[in-house]
Structures are given as C-alpha cells and as structure tokens.
Design a protein around this ligand. Structure first.
Ligand SMILES: C[C@H](O)CC(=O)SCCNC(=O)CCNC(=O)[C@H](O)C(C)(C)COP(=O)(O)OP(=O)(O)OC[C@H]1O[C@@H](n2cnc3c(N)ncnc32)[C@H](O)[C@@H]1OP(=O)(O)O
Length: 823
C-alpha cells in the first residue's frame, strides 16, 4: 500500500466482513454498492468506500485503518461521485462509530515562478473555506515552499475572487456529535505561528475578495496584506457561537487596536479594505489585475530586507497601555453581560484577548485555542451553526429544487386591501423597487392605506436611513386604485383583506376574472384554508399563501403556503419574490395557523393555564424573557391585541380541540375594556412611549378566572421554579412542532427552526425550536409532558411522533423517511 502523501489519491474499499482493505476506483465502488443494494446484499453499512488522501502522519499504521467504520450512507458516496472531473479527497475522522468525514476538492495548489515566489492558492468553491484537509494541504505546501531552494518568498491567495470564508463551518456539527477535533486544535500554533509567521521565508497575503474568520486569521499570520478595493475583512465567529480560533483574538487587536478589534469581533462586523488600510490591517490596496504582481513584489522585498518583516503576534505598537486595555475589556464585558446575558462565548473571547494583552500574543493564542475548542461543542454553537445552515436550506426545498425551475420575472404586483398588513406589504415591495397597485374599496380606505405607507417610509427618513429624494421616488412606485381595471398588467396579486371567508372567496373570483391567466394569486390569510378560499375558482394551481408577519415591511419571515394543487412554478416564483424583498421564506403546507401560529399556539395557552394554576403572570413573563424570548406570553398577548387573540384562538380551538386550554382570562379582560397595547390597558399598562408596567388592578380578574377554572391542585397555587415555567410553556410548543413535522407541514425540520426564530423571536442562539428540543432530548421532553398530562390533562399529552422519537433515541430533526437509521 502506497503511503506517500505526495502520491496519487487512492480509493480504499473496506469490506467489514473480511476486514480487507484494497484499492479500487471510485466509480467501480459506487457501481458495486448500487448493485449490492439492488440485490439486497446486506445493509449499506456493511460495505462502504472511502477515498483517502494518505497522509503519513495520520495513516502511519495500517492497523489504524481497520479501526475505522466506513461511510455509512450510500448518499455520501454518490455525493463524491458528483464532483465530476476534479480530484477529490475525503477526509475522515471517526468517533463513536459514526462517519464524520469530509469530502473536499483538492483545495490548495502551489506554483513557483521564475521570480522565486511560491504562490499558494486556496481553491475550494464556493467560498474557499478551510476544512481540516485544506489546512493540512496548506501546511504541506508551506513545508514544500520552505524546503525548496528555488523559493525565496511566498504569496498566499484564494481562487475565484475570494480569499477565504474561514474554517469550514460544516465540520462543526460533526465535531459537536463527538468527532475528533484533530488538527483543528493544532492549526493555530502549528500552522499559523510555526509554519507561516515564524518561517524563514516571508509570506504576503493577496486578498482578492472576502477574508472572513479563519480566512482573515490566515491573512493576519502573514507578514503583509495586499487587498483589492472590494475585499471584506472580518472575524464573524461570534455569530456562530464560537470565538476566533486561529489567533484572531491576538492579531486583530495588534493590527487595528483593541477598541476596533473588539467592535469587529463582538458585532461580527466585517470592514472594507479601504477602512482596513486606514486602520493598518491592509498594507496596500491595488486593482484586482495587479494583485498577484504587487503581492509577489512585496514578498520579495520583505525577503530581501527592503521592507520590514512584521509578525502581527509580536507587535505591540497598536495596543493600548495595559491599564487602558484592561478598562476597555472591562467595559466590553459589562456591555456583553447587559446585552447578551445568556451568552458566554463573547465573554470567553474577551478572556482570550485579555490573556494576550497581559501575557503576550503566544500565551494568548494558547488560551484562545483552549477556549475555542470548548465553545465549538457548546449548546450555543450547536444552535447558531444549525441556524447558519437552516437559513441557507430554506431555498433548497426538497421536491422543488430538483425540478430545476427558474423563477419568472415579476415586475408589477397588486395588493388588495390597504390595512395594517396590506400597507406593510406594499411598503416592503416598493422598498425593493417593485411597482405596486394598491386596491381598496373606497377612497377613504385607500387614502388611509396610502398614508400608512407614507408613514412607514417617513419613519426611515426620520431615522436617517432614507433621503427625502429617495422617499419621493419610492413612494411614486405605488398607485392607488378602486377597481380591477389595471389588474391585467400585474404578475402577482397579494390579497390582504380582513379574515372573512365569503369576502375572500368573492375577491378570488374577481381576481380570476380580471387578471391574466399566468398571474399568481396569493393571499396573506393567517388562518383560512386556502382550498376553501379558492373553492369558487378554477385557478387552484396558482393560488398560494403569502403569509407576512406584522409589521410586514420589518419582520423578516414570509411563510409561503402551498396546497396540494399549487404548481411548483408558482412556488418558485413566490420564493424568488420573497428573496427579492429581503425576506427569509419558509415553504409550508396548508393547515390552521400554518407553521408559526400553529406551533406557537400552546405558548400563550400554557401561560394562561399556569395563571389559572396560581402562577404570577409577571413571573411567567420574566422567566420566559430571561430565557431568551423577546417578550413573555402575556406581554405578547397585549401586543397582538385581545380581539385578534380571540379570533385566532377560536380557529385553533376548532381545529385542535383535543389539546387546547380554553382560558377565561382573555374574555374577562375584554369585558373589562382591556384591549392590550391598542388602548394602553391589558395585562400591562402602557405609557405614550409604549413602555409597559404591571397592572395591579387586574388582580381580581385573574382571581375570578382562577376560581372559575378551578384547576389548582388541592386549591393551592402551583409552586414552580423558573426552569419549570420555561419548560411548561415551551415543551407544549415542541410537542406541536412534532405534530407539524409528522404531518409534513414543513419539508424539513430546519424550516421550523427558521420559522420560530424569524417569526416568533425564538432565541437564535438556541438554534430554533427543533434544534433546541434535540439538544435537550426528546426523552426528557416526553417524560416531562407525560408527568404534566397526569396532573393537568391532555393539553400536555405528547404526540405519537414525539413519543416514538423519545423511545427510539432518534433526533426530532431526522427526516421521517430516515428515522429508522441512526444516520
Ligand atoms: C477557526 C476559525 O476562527 C473558525 C472559523 O473560521 S468559522 C467560519 C467563519 N466564517 C464565517 O462565519 C463566514 C460565513 N459565511 C458567510 O458569512 C457568507 O456565506 C459569505 C459572506 C462568506 C458568503 O455569502 P453569500 O455570497 O451570500 O453566499 P452564502 O449563500 O452565504 O454562501 C455560499 C455557500 O457557501 C457556504 N459557506 C459560506 N461560508 C462557509 C464556511 N465558512 N464554511 C462552509 N461553508 C460555507 C454556504 O453554506 C453556502 O453553501 P450552499 O450554497 O450549499 O448553501
């Protein structure tokens, strides 16, 4: 067996039964796997293939190979095969018997020019991310360049107009499942310090475009940085729940000063190369076509002593005095504790920075590596990394994406109804440059709608986010109409009138008559069944839900609701429109409340039940808010308004009568003329700035409700910890999310994570409702729900899906069709 790391790539097929390892070709193995699968010969687990780039360091002993379980899933193999015409290497590490491998293109290349400069290029589309094999390949290229007599200096760069988007984020979930951290932990010292920064030959980073996270950290390990004008430089690791791990906490403060470095890290905010130049992060800005030439010259100049050779880790000239630095860090810590009380990783980032300031860059880098390894596997990192991929997965809808449909061009949209929702929707559309017809039934309503749109835009002007000129241009994109006369010119209609079935049905009949046959007919209904709504038309294939959240021009989520008749083209078109108006779209099935309102109906119901069980409503709100929701259930009820609350509640009660808690509290509040924020009186009292304070006068209403409900055990208020409160409110939400998954209302669990974060303000660092539930574990959740079911009834009863996942140990996020498999 050839173990030369410079040798060709090998495919090793490991047959678990005979423990043999032999070479074969990728295509042969894939074909054989398919053959075996067809013939039903054993499970895929028994035969698997691995493409291994032999590295003497990791595969020095053949017996290590026999320890490995192989690729468990034929899909992994097929994925490899799809990377056609490229050399491929598969990196893998194993832990607890799971495959945690990584397929990558051979991603780091080196060319040595006649000028004795070695140009090392990271080429790993789409963003030149650095996975472990890329880091090792980078080290190998450096070793070669450092060893070669014909190399005097080195330039490191990235292909396709980017430097690097940082460490490969897709590796984190595998580490979080227990995979080995391996070289990742060593890269900061072994690669960035010992191989690059302290090498005898200088390196210059040529930064053509983005350099983020590990990408910027690599560039900062170099002895100079040359960038193009469009380069973006930043350390956004904190938004993934981790901290920079390749020395960024040490080098950035030394290059740009502590205050700016903390701002960039704590806000995960990149800067453009121009600002980088002013701060000292970038040494020269050059045109893209000159980038490599100038970087090569800089590298040679440093090698020949014509320019200073600066090692960022050793520099102190930009650092504040120790006393000032400590004050700055202290202030930053206080800010973090105030603004993000549930997060520890920003504080750990500050610890790493402080260690470096006090004990020197090298000691700081060691501390950083230790803290980085701890944060990677933290629950916050699990949540935020999940969200990173969940956001990107929303546009890749299984069953739709495979059709390869291209969105049709949408130029003009009509919105029917200029109320709060309609005017918000129009605002969102015109802000993105769409021409819009706003239709109302009379001039008074039309003018009121147009005024609301104007006010939405004016608020931007007041905040300095929009110029007066732009305000006029944008406002001119909306035309108010009272008839359907011009509707033939529109590509999409969004109906946004009140929730009245007869009214909506008649509007859809009118739309069918007055719009082109290819016009998309969408509705902003939040409760009405789309099939009922379009029942009187013959256009069911182009009827679709466009469920915005209020205020529609601000809230980032758009639920796109399809029926079993909606055509895939219409779905693709509306998703593209959503993206164009800067919404995160989630495709959901047709049911009462769709995804967000359906999953979260138990949120308020559970809180109302707890109140009837004697728990103080303000304590409930505080516990939930401290846990991370933007507001507790009672404050939310005030915000939504009691009228809307009752209307939606009625729909929910009708649709899900087996699991609702019908509270007397809200009707009683309504009877007492308490409408919520709308009239300044609800569970809270509101001042003119909408600031809420508890309303002691509602004590009697709460008491009355408790007495009528009569659900307190032995007539005594229930004693709960804050953790109990959170669980009793949030676990029923998880339970409903499980029903939504079981009914396939969403196509992938990550869509519910997105819906909960963007639609309900679920704390992003908990990853979304399903991700959070998986971190806690279905078993624990089901057991708690079962206990409360016995004490308080079927409102808490875990659904079959949750029970099944609790007993099988399969995560809730695993798609139903794969649920029998552990992978
Ligand atoms: C040790 C180190 O300190 C640790 C680290 O470096 S952690 C990584 C730090 N880097 C980051 O956080 C950057 C994350 N990425 C981004 O912000 C954005 O993707 C970007 C600005 C680089 C590009 O944005 P944009 O052009 O809108 O494209 P976007 O859709 O986001 O990404 C394109 C693809 O690249 C992937 N991608 C982006 N950055 C990635 C990364 N660092 N690792 C793996 N995949 C990445 C995305 O998942 C997406 O994949 P898909 O097409 O299969 O969905």
């Amino acid at each position: 067996m050839n173990r030369s790391h410079n040798g060709p790539l090998f495919l090793v097929r490991k047959c678990m039964s005979s423990q043999c390892v032999r070479r074969t070709s990728l295509s042969t193995t894939v074909a054989k796997q398919r053959e075996r699968k067809k013939k039903g010969h054993g499970s895929v687990k028994q035969v698997a293939c691995l493409l291994i780039h032999f590295s003497p360091k990791l595969f020095a002993r053949q017996d290590r190979i026999s320890e490995f379980y192989c690729c468990d899933n034929i899909l992994q193999v097929e994925k490899l095969n799809q990377i056609k015409g490229r050399e491929v290497e598969l990196w893998f590490c194993f832990s607890r018997g799971y495959f945690v491998g990584e397929a990558m293109t051979l991603s780091v290349k080196m060319d040595v020019g006649a000028d004795a400069v070695a140009v090392i290029t990271i080429d790993n589309p789409p963003v030149n991310s650095l996975a472990i094999p890329a880091l090792i390949a980078l080290k190998e290229r450096y070793n070669e360049a450092n060893a070669r007599d014909d190399v005097k200096a080195i330039v490191v760069t990235g292909a396709n107009g980017k430097f690097s988007g940082g460490f490969d984020i897709s590796v984190f979930p595998k580490l979080q499942e227990g995979g080995s951290n391996g070289y990742l932990n060593q890269a900061s010292v072994d690669l960035m310090i010992e191989t690059i920064e302290e090498a005898s030959k200088p390196t210059v980073a040529a930064v053509p475009g983005l350099a983020l996270g590990g990408g910027l950290e690599l560039a900062m390990s170099c002895h100079a940085r040359i960038a193009t004008p469009k380069a973006q430089l930043g350390l956004p690791e904190l938004q993934l729940g981790i901290l920079p791990g390749f020395g960024g906490t040490q080098r950035l403060p030394r290059l740009v000063g502590l205050t700016k470095a903390l701002e960039m890290m704590l806000l995960s905010k990149p800067i453009a190369s121009e600002e980088g130049k002013k701060l000292g992060l970038v040494d020269e800005i050059v045109a893209p076509e000159d980038l490599l030439t100038i970087a090569r010259r800089w590298a040679l100049d440093i090698a020949l002593g014509k320019r200073p050779r600066l090692s960022s880790l050793q520099r102190t000239d930009k650092l504040e005095s120790l006393g000032d630095a400590r004050e700055i860090i202290k202030f930053a810590r206080a800010q973090v504790k105030k603004t993000a009380p549930n997060l520890t990783h920003p504080l750990l980032c500050l610890d790493a920075v402080e260690e470096g300031v006090v004990a020197g860059g090298y000691r700081g880098a060691l501390k950083e590596a230790e803290l980085f390894a701890a944060t990677v596997v933290s629950d916050n990192a699990k949540g935020l990394v999940n969200l990173f991929f969940a956001i990107r997965a929303t546009s890749k809808v299984p069953g739709i994406v495979e059709l390869g449909l291209k969105p049709r061009k949408i130029k003009k949209v009509a919105v029917v109804g200029g109320g709060l929702m309609g005017s918000g929707i129009v605002t969102a559309l015109i802000l993105s440059g769409y021409s819009v017809l706003l239709k109302e039934i009379n001039d008074k309503f039309l003018q009121a709608g147009l005024e609301r749109i104007k006010a939405n835009l004016q608020s931007r002007v007041k905040k300095g986010k929009m110029s007066r000129e732009k305000f006029e241009t944008i406002l001119s994109l909306v035309t108010g109409v009272l008839t359907y006369e011009d509707f033939k010119s529109v590509d999409v209609v969004i109906e946004a009138v009140i929730e009245n079935i007869d009214l909506k049905q008649s509007i859809f009949v009118d739309l069918e008559k007055n719009c082109r046959t290819d016009c998309i007919l969408s509705t902003n209904t939040s409760t009405i069944d789309l099939n009922v709504l379009g029942a009187k038309t013959r256009s069911q294939d182009r009827i679709i839900g466009a469920h915005f959240f209020s205020p529609a021009h601000i809230m980032p989520l758009l639920e796109i609701v399809r029926t079993d008749k909606t055509s895939p083209q219409v779905i693709v078109d509306l998703m593209a429109l959503g993206k164009a108006i800067k919404k995160t779209t989630v495709l959901v099935g047709n049911c009462t409340g769709f995804a967000v309102n359906r999953v979260f109906f138990p949120y308020t119901m559970a809180a109302m039940m707890l109140s009837d069980l004697g728990v103080d409503i303000y304590r409930i709100d505080n516990a939930i808010k401290s846990w991370g929701m933007p507001m507790g259930p009672f404050r939310l009820t005030d915000l939504v308004g009691f009228g809307v609350g009752v209307a939606v509640g009625t729909q929910v009660v009708n649709s899900f009568s087996d699991r609702v808690y019908i509270s007397r509290l809200v009707p009683k509040m309504l009877q007492s003329q308490r409408l919520g924020e709308q009239n300044g009186k609800g569970f809270y009292i509101y001042d003119e700035k909408r600031k809420a304070r508890p309303a002691p006068e509602i004590k009697d209403i709460i008491k009355e409700s408790q007495e009528e409900a009569g659900i307190m055990l032995d007539g005594k208020p229930l004693e709960l910890t804050d953790k109990d409160i959170v669980e009793m409110v949030m676990f029923p939400v998880v339970n409903e999310a499980c029903r939504v998954l079981a009914e396939k209302i969403v196509v992938q669990a990550s869509d519910l994570d997105i819906a909960s974060v963007f639609g309900m303000g679920f704390p992003p660092y908990r990853g979304g409702i399903v991700c959070w539930a998986d971190i806690i574990g279905a078993k624990y959740i089901a057991s708690r729900l079962n206990t409360w079911t016995k004490a308080h009834g079927d409102f808490f009863k875990p659904c079959a899906f949750l029970e099944e996942r609790a007993s099988s140990g399969v995560k809730l996020s695993v798609p139903i069709r794969n649920s029998m498999s552990r992978l």
